[in-house]
Design a protein around this ligand. Structure first.
Ligand code: PMT
Length: 405
């Protein structure tokens, strides 16, 4: 996603340098071209070789360490950048930036670049709250520099307070926004359901299904990256939710219905990727059911249909997307579901195809509306499926008159 983007990572001298290595690795994994500039003091905490290995580029420390005689390094690097990130940023580096000092490779490059700048400070709590540091940050803010605020917690110096470098995941979110300023879902509120609902039989047994949550989680993550404010209503899964989204844990279909209904009025887009139990035990035993007779009959009652409820209650400007996990006659079932449940779009996955449906990292889907097939996608990663689906959703919302909020 970030191929073709050059990010300069400036690392200054603080214990949080070790977290900058994780940030560097994440940037490289995203496909960005990463070039690292360290201050002398940063090299006391982490060796340049660490960043060289992670970024696959030589690391600049000394302004005069010119490796290529045809260019002036700090100008060449400054010009190549789509974004400059300083993480961790010490009080000293903030002061240099605010006052236009250029006495090392990083501060000189920062002065020479016209690229946007993101700064993630990290320092002792008293240093952070010092009026000089706050004034320098204010100056930089006024000049358009963006900040990722430090977190509150146990600091390496022994104090507890504000000053910890923000987590690499949080910094990555802001980098993403800064590298991709045009986000088609900016200002939209998206609710995604994911995972498999659980219907209790007794304290030790339940009915559920094979959903891993991967499809819904990929949609939540992609919606977040496209600028939306995302709520992920998650039933049973074994994976970690994406950062930067509100996560609401639910167990049963009824819990999921309530979570969705509570957020109904302030949500623009609903995407129901969860695998929801159509039936639940008529009664849940409060003690373990004991083995007695040769057969045991479990009476099941119908669960409320959340997608249908959304379809029937949605108002102008809201858009509802359902999924259908089918094993046979997929198109027929998909068309029946999209019409009967009054959803705007329905994503069909045939779960008998290897690489599609439950638990896989890929999916093979066809997207329908009430008139028929809208788009057939090839087998692709769930994240890529999510992006294609959300592009379609954003296009529909815009076409229906709802411009970006
Ligand atoms: O989680 P993964 O392992 O990544 O797998 C992804 C997936 C296969 C679960 C996903 O791609 C998918 O197909 N989800 C929908 C599964 C499903 O429940 O399909 P369904 O045909 O039974 O239901 C149709 C739609 O109605 C779904 O959007 C479902 O969320 C919704 N529904 C169903 C029953 C019910 N009581 N309430 C509902 O809202």
């Amino acid at each position: 996603m970030w191929k073709g983007k050059t990010v300069i990572l400036g690392v200054t001298g603080g214990i949080a340098c070790y977290k900058a290595a994780a940030l560097c690795s994440k940037l490289a994994q995203k496909g960005a071209e990463v070039r690292v500039i360290m201050t002398e003091s940063a090299t006391k905490f982490v060796a340049p070789l660490t960043f060289q290995t992670l970024s696959r580029h030589h690391v600049m420390v000394d302004t005069f360490d010119e490796k290529d005689a045809s260019v002036v390094s700090h100008i060449d690097w400054a010009d190549s950048a789509d974004l400059v990130v300083v993480a961790p940023a010490t009080a000293n580096m903030l002061a240099k930036m605010a006052h236009g000092l250029a006495d090392d490779m990083l501060s000189t490059t920062l002065l020479a670049t016209t690229a946007p700048i993101l700064v993630a400070p990290a320092m002792n709590v008293h240093m952070y709250t010092h009026p000089a540091v706050q004034a320098n940050m204010q100056t930089l803010l006024e000049r358009g520099v963006r900040f990722v605020e430090p977190g509150v917690g146990q600091l390496a110096c022994g104090y507890v307070g504000k000053g910890r470098l923000a987590e690499p995941e949080e910094i990555m979110l802001v980098i993403d926004q800064m590298l991709h300023p045009s986000q088609p879902l900016r200002g939209r509120r998206v609710l995604v359901t994911a995972g498999g609902t659980v219907e209790r039989i007794d304290p030790v047994r339940y009915i559920t299904n094979d959903s891993s949550g991967k499809m819904g989680y990929a949609i939540a993550e992609a919606a977040r990256d496209m600028g939306a404010e995302v709520t992920l209503v998650s039933a049973k899964t074994a994976i970690d939710p994406p950062t930067g989204v509100e996560v609401v844990r639910v167990v049963s279909t009824k819990d999921m219905l309530h979570a969705v209904q509570e957020r109904f009025s302030h949500t623009d887009i609903f995407i129901k990727a969860a695998a929801v139990a159509d039936y639940r035990p008529a009664e849940t035993a409060d003690r373990k059911i004991k083995k007695k007779a040769e057969t045991l009959t479990l009476e099941l009652v119908k669960n409320p249909d959340i997608l249908q409820w959304l379809g029937e209650n949605k108002r102008a400007g809201q858009l509802v997307v359902g999924f259908a996990a089918e094993t046979n006659d997929g198109e027929q079932h998909a068309l029946d579901k999209v019409r009967r449940k009054k959803s705007d779009l329905l994503v069909l996955n045939d779960v008998t195809i290897p690489g599609a449906g439950f638990g896989t990292d890929t999916n093979l889907v066809r997207i329908y509306d009430a008139n028929g097939l809208v788009q057939a996608l090839p087998m692709m990663g769930k994240r890529a499926v999510a992006e294609k689906l959300l592009e379609l959703v954003a296009g529909r919302l815009q076409a229906s008159g709802g411009s970006e909020a």
